[in-house]
Every structure is written in C-alpha cells, then in structure tokens.
Design a protein around this ligand. Structure first.
Ligand code: DAH
Length: 341
C-alpha cells in the first residue's frame, strides 16, 4: 500500500500553512476550502480508497483521518487568530480617548435688540397689554393720513419716507398699528406693537431700518397721569430702581398734548457722563394723549373715550443700555460684536 500521497499532502499542508497570512480572514477561508472543502485535497485522497484492497482501506483511512483532524485543528487556530486580528483592527480604528478634555460648546446669547424687545414685551404683557402685529409695507392712509398727517403736512418732513408705489410706503413708524387695532377692536384697548420701521436716513445713530415699539391704551377716563404712571414703572423696570423720568413738551399730529420722554441716566444717575452726553438724561421716545381727530377717523367716540399712546426706539434703548456707539453694528451680523453679550 502506498502511503506516500498522504505524507506528501501532510508536508504540503505544513508548508502552505507556514506561508499563510493568518491575519487575513479571507486567505484562511480560502486555505480551508483548498484542503478541507468538498472538492479539497484531503477529500480527494479519501476518494482514492476505492482503488485499494479491502484490507488496506482501514489503515489508509485512519491515516487520512489523522491528517484531516490535524488540518482541522490547525485551520481552526488560524481562523481564531484571523478573527482576533480583525477585531483588534476594528477596535483600534474606533479608538476613543475618554480622558481627553471635551470641546466646549458655545452657548448662544440673546442679541441686544431681541433682549430689549423681549424685556419690553414681558413688561407690558404683565400689565395685560396685547401684542399686536402689523405690516411693514403700509398704505399712506395708515402710516400718515389716519394719524392726522395729511398730504403736504410739514410733519411728513420729520420722517424721510421710502415709497414703494403711489400711496404705498415702507412704514416709517409703528403708529399705524394703532389704526388697525382700533378699526378691529372696540375699547377698552391695551396693546403694544413692536416691529421694524424704515426711513431714508443713515449715520452713526440712524439706520434705514430700525425697530420701534408702539403702545396704545384707550378706555373711559384715561388721562395723561395714566401714561406717566405706566411709563414710570416701565422705565424703572428697564433701567433700574432709582430711575426718574421727565416729559418735555413736543408735537405729534396724532397726540394732544404730546411729549418726549427722557429717563435719568442709569450710568451717572443724572450728574452727566458720556452715556447721556453730559445732560444727565436719555431720550427714549414720543408719547401723548390720543388726539380726538384720530378717534374720529376710526369711529371711536371721542366724547366717551380717551387714551394715550407712545412710540419708542428699540435700537436706541438697546444702544444706551449696552453702550453701543454705532447703530450699524446691531445689524451687521458680525459675530465678534454679537459674542460680547
Ligand atoms: N411715531 C413717532 C415717531 O416715530 C413716535 C410716537 C410719538 C409714537 C408719539 C406715539 C406717540 O404713539 O404718541 O417718531
């Protein structure tokens, strides 16, 4: 009986196993197919048994089976090694150093304009005021005429207007919202209307787009004293406990009497400093008792109802509070500026 093919195969197996890249799972799998597969070299040997004498078969079979067991064990070991190598590679690739310090996430903060607008809204909401919307593209009627500013009235010169079309403007003031609200709602009315307004104007403290907040209260028996009381509370809320207010006579076509309201400088307490340009006072905006002519235009009975209104610049308030010297910075969208707040 010729046992040489078995020994040759054993030797070849040993040689190839020594050459095998045991870190390569595919190579090990191919290797197993080559020797142990259904068409592999070891099975081929077993098939030769048919040509042997019956008494030779057990010994031959025994030898081939020994070879097969040895090969199985060796390949199993190689596979285990390849799997381990692959796992280690994967672990290495996904390696995370849990001791490394984290990257700080920059938390955002409110933009000074939004901060001021939110403070104003919070305060007046707390007093039961409704927040009204409005439209930025407005007709001449709502922006001017209904507010008692007829065509060619000199008051129009106070506000350089962007005309969109004949009789249609970018609103120059939020005061027109007063008209919309009174058209749609019967007194008592308590509303504020924050929003953007537009004027053809540009220097360090004037921008073509800025924000105002309008206020309107209409009911029986409302007087200028109510206006003073509420705006005094508001000034203290916004600028601090010790804040004083003063009213200077002024003119607006839609209020009579009209006033400009100033608050004592929160920086120097009224002595005079850079923030208040040495005057001790900071100008906040206009206000007054609603002119009966406006009530007549919207069908509110001026014999029965009185009211007050005010209009303040949100940008202006944000600028004095945050000591911002150029209005353009508020809308320049520059992170170096915005991050400071
Ligand atoms: N609309 C005025 C302006 O933009 C400000 C203003 C003054 C509003 C008096 C008012 C008011 O409601 O009563 O200059």
């Amino acid at each position: 009986m010729d046992l040489k093919p078995i020994e040759e195969l054993r030797a070849r197996f040993g040689e190839k196993l020594a050459e095998l890249d045991t870190t390569n799972l595919q190579a090990v799998a191919d290797f197993r197919t080559r020797f142990l597969g259904k068409k592999g070299e070891i099975v081929a040997l077993l098939k030769q048994m048919g040509s042997l004498l019956p008494e030779e078969r057990p010994q031959f079979g025994q030898r081939v089976n020994d070879l097969k067991s040895m090969a199985e064990a060796a390949i199993e070991a190689a596979l285990a090694k390849a799997r381990e190598t692959r796992m280690n590679r994967e672990l290495e690739a996904g390696w995370i150093d849990v001791t490394e310090p984290g990257r700080a996430v920059r938390a955002g903060s409110l933009h000074p304009l939004n901060e001021t607008r939110e403070q104003v809204i919070d305060f007046f909401r707390g007093l039961g005021f409704e927040v009204a919307g409005g439209r930025e593209i407005e007709t001449d009627w709502y922006n001017f005429e209904a507010l008692n500013i007829p065509p060619d009235h000199p008051a129009r010169d106070m506000q350089d207007t962007f005309y969109v079309a004949d009789g249609v403007v970018l609103r120059t003031q939020t005061s027109g919202v007063q008209i919309h609200v009174m058209e749609n709602q019967k007194p008592p009315i308590r509303m504020i209307a924050p929003g953007h307004v537009y004027r053809c104007d540009a220097d360090a403290t004037h921008a073509p787009m800025f924000q105002q907040v309008e206020g309107l209260v209409v009911d029986e028996g409302i007087s200028f004293a109510d206006l003073k009381g509420i705006l005094f509370l508001w000034a203290r809320e916004l600028f601090g406990e010790g804040t004083r207010i003063r009213f200077r006579p002024s003119f607006f076509p839609f209020t009579e009497p009209s006033a400009e309201m100033d608050v004592s400088c929160f920086d120097c307490g009224g002595k005079g400093c850079r923030t208040c340009k040495g005057t001790g006072w900071i100008e906040i905006g206009g206000c007054g008792s609603v002119d009966p002519a406006v009530f007549e235009r919207v069908g509110v009975d001026p014999e029965r109802y009185t009211g007050f209104a005010f209009g303040f610049g949100i940008d202006r308030i944000a600028m004095v509070k945050r000591k911002i010297s150029e209005i353009g910075l508020l809308t320049a969208n520059d992170n170096r500026f915005a991050r400071q707040f």
